[in-house]
Design a protein around this ligand. Sequence first.
Ligand code: GDP
Length: 466
Amino acid sequence: MDTIAAIASGGRAPAAIGIVRISGPDCFAVCDRIFRSGKPFGRLEPRRMALGELLDAGGRTIDRGLAVRFPGPHSYTGEDCAEFHCHGSPVVLGEVLAALFAAGAAEGLPVRQAGPGEFTKRAFLNGQLDLTQAEAVIDLIDAETAAAARNAAAQLNGGLRRVLEPIQEALLEVTSRFYAVVDYPDEDIQDVQPEEIAAALREASGALKALLATCRRGRVLKKGVRTAIVGLPNAGKSSLLNALAGYERAIVTDVPGTTRDTVEEAVLCGGVLLRLVDTAGLRETEDEVERLGVERSRRAMETAELILLVEDSADEEALPEKTALEEAVSQTGKPWIHVASKRDRSGIRSASLGGPDGGRIPAASVSLSALTGEGLEDLENAVAALFPAGEQGEAGSLLTDQRQEDAARRALEALDRALEALESGLTPDAVLTDAEEALDAVGELTGRTAKEEIVSRIFSRFCVGK
Ligand code: GDP
């Protein structure tokens, strides 16, 4: 392993504090050349901050700052690591990093720039974290809502690992017993106690099914819900978007069809992150269908997972157009919420919940005023009811990503095949093949058997310095 270094904090804009990080076998010898505190770097008390001067290759002071020494293996990466907490000027941080590279070269102990996620990748390779925990690190950095951050933190604490470990253990036990039978065919199949094994496989299968049932909630938590706001021109769509976003994001005008550009926004509604897609409003064109916005709305609705249909209840003239739009919305079969707008004018005050009927009737009906904010709470409640947060204790043990979902699904399929083979009395090697496949798929999730390319792809999503 070579020694790597990087700026770990933002680094591009001035800030109060910035952090440069280094990890690798030669790390302390290199740090010793750039940090002067009255003690050799290797003798600084582990995991305690020390005040000192950071020096460049010519011995000039770059900054006065703090250094922390983390001797391996009890460090983030599992190897010797150190951090320098300096003044957060991009220039200072760049100089400190350059000083580390220069010091490494002078000592004949080359230090190179760390790639994205390389510190965490080392932590994973050194067994400090499993793959689900490493993924939680990215999720925590990228978290857009408090709920997503909480979930990532619990996953980093091993929430998902604790669900997967017993499944992995059970499969290891099963495969090792079957190996014995396959390798020594003279032994009786009864020696592996098929009933006991079937019970273990059934339990693992149940646990995987329960895990797969968390996918939707996991996705909503991490990615949010793609939401289309549709409605006739002037229905109050941009006003609703603004009310949700809490500030003037889209341009609101009295002239129908003036919201020309595609406006995309993520807002928090009922604790759920809504990604509002193509909220550009409806343009006035010669084309009758386009004028009604049905075509445009259809396109926005195509990629959406939730539709908010906004209708100005006071506008009675547009009844045929409204009916056409409602028809288009319900044809998508997606969950939708009927939003009667401009409640301050119309005086309608109802809020009701619809039923799950394949989208033909709205999941909820709310009336609100984007102007006064009345009724927004009803919309929040309706969204929260459609995308429930899940159990309290569930945090950290959800599948939040496609990679995890694919691997869990393959594991379950292979496991169920193994179970079927066992119950129908097939030869031990048939059971073994499927059980091993399941084990491999679970191993991909935890990282135990993940191939290098999968691991590389995961860490490439990290930022440099993590
Ligand atoms: P869009 O074309 O569907 O995006 O509609 P806008 O949001 O641009 O609103 C059209 C007009 O209705 C504007 O003049 C808004 O000020 C007005 N409007 C929107 N929401 C409300 C509301 O809740 N109450 C009242 N009184 N007027 C509203």
